[in-house]
Design a protein around this ligand. Sequence first.
Ligand code: APR
Length: 260
Amino acid sequence: MRPDPLANLGKCQTLMDFPADFIRFLTSAARVVVLTGAGVSQESGLRTFRDAQTGLWAQYKPEDLASPEAFARDPKLVWDWYAWRREAIKGVRPNPGHYALVEMEKRIPQFTLITQNVDGLHRFAGNQNVLELHGNIQRVRCAECRTFTETWGDDTEAVPTCLVCGGMLRPDVVWFGEALPRVELEAAVNASRTAHVYFSIGTSGVVQPAASLAYAARNKGSVVVEINAEPTPLTPKVDFAFHGKSGEILPQLVRAAWRN
Ligand code: APR
């Protein structure tokens, strides 16, 4: 049974006051694009990408583990880090911010959700048109022939290998220095360039090419909105900025726009 994303509204720390012209524009928009980052999953209990790692992994920076060079240097270390992260998100569930975006998608004729997150929580919450720019940690593929697999050996001493070609398995995520999936990126750019409203939510907006989508939207006349815990380099360029927790702001926005 999916919780009502607006049920916890009364307990919110930050009660937002949305400008009437913004609400009018959003509710009349035919094409809305949302870009999310790790901040949207923070209230589900997942650390943001640049939060400090904990435990065994505290000695590493994510950037030092999520790269082809790291995998070539020590494939087992990288495989174990992603196994730890898959284990860590097993019990994690979407938060009211995720469910509010599902509600938004139901009300917007052309809604595109672009995410940098690899946790799969947007699809889990029920969003349909999701572009996973950085892949999905739940998917595993061969580093050589790219064959996907859902099962692998449980030999804890070595990285599991592909049943088709014998190559090493790896998570189906985009590592630093790797190209983003072409189909998803092209769809994300095209959607951003034709959006009436573009949201940047829970992202520091520092990693390209995702960070440039807001500017592509802005240059084509979109109304650009930021929802983030703190200001980012994008903040001075947006039309509306709402700073606070996305798990609180988004349910309030959906109620202000469509549940009066
Ligand atoms: N609500 C809204 N925003 C939040 C919340 C919250 N509850 N908690 C944290 N934030 C904000 C932080 O203030 C920060 O600006 O979310 C942002 C998360 O930024 P990063 O940790 O940089 O994560 P992200 O922007 O998703 O990183 C983008 O970079 O390293 C690569 O591939 C990696 O997908 C990642 C990409």
